[in-house]
Design a protein around this ligand. Structure first.
Ligand code: ZN
Length: 676
């Protein structure tokens, strides 16, 4: 997951006729489906056709009796509600007259106990005979429901009503959204499962009732069966793990693109694009070509695939919040139309979303930290190895961005400078290790409005990325350029396309596999970089790459649309303070000149010297201080005004990253596109 928090923008485009937006090539695909379905909707995934048999084995009977059923009715999206019904076999547990049902609490990809149970707006449980059953919340555990059932009951039926479009900070990537002509349904929002179920064994059959005339895409395979094919889609039974891992995207305006031509290199990949307006150019051809190149470069980088096909679900709309989440055989992504109109328009967070979520198919979904691989959705997870799960994914995602041409080398260097500088200013490392930001991931998801550098954030993403970039540089040094982190990826992620379940790893395997590529004290490096308190960040990665990282009086020219580049007046490298363009104090470094002058986040600078606040006046006051002229500020704090004098005479100063010609330029070699 990589989160972008923004406000939901309501958008109500004019109504369209069903099928208006079907481009000709999609209509041709329609011929693959029966005529009844063709009239109603297009479903893009081919079902696997298996020869029927009249012989039903005892095992099949047992599995059928233990099969859960889920019907998701999202046919009236304008209501903002989804209705779902569940049939849950309970024969074993019902012997004692009481069962426990769980609502998914730790949803994969969210890294925290944040299943959006607060959005349930109706829940009734009935026995097979239609009698309503009493339930109560388990004391101290809001995700667990205790249900009284008749002794000998074989199943219960649960009716769930769910409110869409109100995600929590934790549920953003796995919630349900409907706005305009697009929707996404995350099945975990509508699921309850019996205590004791193993998510890799319990099978569930799902039907979806979409709005009339809407298209549907998912990594779930369509079933040949169909109770009401004119109204519903039925999917082949899957495990609970696969169901929760398979979001469904729906919409009125749809196009699809096949991204792979050589299936010996990569299995088939389909880009499913749902857009809000039938007339809008939802995504440019050049962006699609870059996504195809992304798939190819990922194949070269890693060498094998833990899936036999892949579906990239992409909502192109301003009506839904920018968002995304990783899955084993698909990704869910929402981006604004303005970003996808050309490669040059695709910048910052919007650009890294699709590659990041895609690379998770290997890192996080297939290879998963041992402590995060549980057999249910409520056992607490140990997230300390997120510096691998997210940190390595962040690195590989940005690497593939560069190698596919989505990002230029210059833009990658700007990103590197931004992250090195951010790391230098994260003073919370003095009391909290990087590993602790991973272990405490779910309490750090929201930004800290004040003193964020002291509290730290989910630093395992970006500082994790710096660790893996350093590992790449070290491997190249240690092997004289004969090996790289690509070799580690080839062995660490080696898989068959027939993989069905995640494979666990632990810290020792990471060390062992790095050592196998290039013998080195990887254990010691991980201990120093990830698991130790630090007085300050060690930027050694810069020199290992062939660059100098030093403070000069030149402000680096980093475009403002660079991901995580600060805006406003950033004087952290000199005064130890940053301001918004309107003069609000944003960040202060501990023990800096600004801190000693008692500046603090959320104060407002009213005046610089004898004049009203302006960004130019603030900058020139720092320049003039070189002549021994102190920096005088008038500061508003709640209902008080105070004057402040900052004792700093060093002039403007900024961290810069420059090429060191005396060293090998390893970074250029790292970023070079692979040909095989
Ligand atoms: Zn992620």
């Amino acid at each position: 997951m990589i989160q972008f928090v923004s406000f939901l923008v309501e958008s109500c485009p004019s109504a369209m006729q069903s099928g208006d937006s079907i481009p000709s090539f999609v209509e041709q695909k329609n011929a693959m489906y029966d005529s009844l379905i063709r009239k109603v909707l297009l479903f893009t995934l081919l079902a696997v056709v298996v020869a029927g048999t009249d012989v039903v084995s005892a095992q099949e009977k047992k599995e059928a009796s233990n099969l859960m059923h889920l019907l998701i009715d999202c046919s009236k999206p304008s209501r903002g509600l989804i209705e779902a019904t569940l049939q849950i076999p309970v024969a074993a547990a019902a012997k004692v007259g009481k069962i426990s049902l769980w609502y998914p609490k730790w949803v994969p990809g969210s890294h925290g106990p944040g299943g959006p149970i607060a959005n349930i707006a109706g829940l009734q449980i009935h026995g097979a005979d239609g009698k309503r059953l009493k339930w109560r919340r388990a004391p101290g555990e809001v995700y667990r429901l205790e249900v009284e059932v008749p002794r000998g009951a074989k199943e219960v039926q649960v009716a769930v009503r769910y409110v869409v479009n109100q995600p929590t900070t934790t549920s953003f990537g796995h919630d349900c959204f409907f706005a305009g002509n697009i929707g996404v349904v995350s099945p975990s929002c509508l699921l309850l499962y019996p205590e004791g179920s193993d998510v890799d064994e319990q099978q569930i059959e799902v039907r979806v009732r979409p709005p009339a005339g809407w298209y549907v895409a998912s990594a779930l395979a369509k079933s040949n069966k169909g109770v009401k094919p004119e109204e519903e889609l039925m999917f082949q039974p899957v495990t609970l793990r696969t169901l929760v891992d398979s979001p469904v995207m729906l919409g009125r305006c749809y196009r699809s693109f096949e991204l792979v031509t050589n299936t010996s290199l990569s299995p088939p990949h389909t880009l499913h694009v749902f857009s809000d307006h039938k007339t809008a150019e939802s995504i440019s051809d050049e962006v699609v070509k870059k996504y195809a190149e992304m798939v190819r470069q990922a194949s070269y980088l890693i060498g094998s695939h833990p899936f036999d096909r892949f579906d990239i679900l992409l909502g192109v709309t301003d009506a839904l919040p920018k968002n995304g989440l990783e899955h084993a055989r698909s990704t869910f992504n929402v981006l604004p139309p303005s970003s996808l109109k050309s490669v040059t328009a695709l910048k910052g967070w919007d650009r890294l979303l699709v590659p990041h979520e895609y690379l998770h198919a290997w890192c996080g979904k297939f290879r998963r930290p041992e402590g995060m691989l549980t057999s249910d959705f409520h056992t607490p997870k140990d997230t300390e190895l997120l510096w691998v799960y997210e940190g390595l994914t962040q690195y590989l995602g940005e690497l593939v961005e560069a190698r596919s041409g989505l990002m230029t080398d210059e833009e990658f260097k700007n990103r590197l400078l931004v992250e090195l500088r951010n790391a230098m200013n994260q003073q919370g490392r003095q009391w909290r290790t990087l590993a602790d930001t991973a272990a405490a991931s779910h309490i750090l998801r929201g930004a800290s409005p004040s003193w964020g550098g002291l509290r730290r954030s989910q630093d395992y993403y970006m500082e994790g990325m710096l660790f893996w970039l350093e590992a790449d540089a070290r491997i190249r040094h240690l092997t004289n350029g004969n090996k790289s982190l690509d070799d580690f990826c080839h062995s660490f992620f080696k898989s068959q396309r027939s993989v069905k379940q995640p494979a666990a790893f632990d810290r020792s395997e990471v060390v062992k596999q790095l050592h196998a590529v290039a013998p080195f004290d990887w254990d010691g490096l991980i201990s120093r970089r990830i698991e130790s308190f630090q007085q300050q960040f060690d930027p050694e990665v810069a020199s290992l790459l062939g660059y100098s990282f030093e403070i000069t009086n030149q402000k680096p020219k980093i475009p403002t649309n660079t991901f995580r580049q600060s805006s406003g007046v950033d004087l952290l490298d000199s005064l130890g303070v940053s301001f918004s363009s309107s003069g609000e104090v944003r960040n202060v470094l501990l023990d800096s000149p600004a801190d000693k002058a008692m500046l603090a986040p959320r104060q407002m600078i009213v005046a610089v010297g004898d004049h009203k606040w302006s960004t130019d006046r603030m900058l020139s006051s720092v320049e003039q201080a070189v002549q021994g002229k102190p920096i005088k500020l008038l500061v508003s704090e709640h209902d008080r005004i105070k004057s402040v004098q900052i004792q700093y005479y060093g002039g403007l100063a900024y961290w810069n990253l420059t090429r060191d010609d005396s060293k090998e330029d390893w970074l250029s070699q790292i970023l070079a596109a692979r040909k095989k």
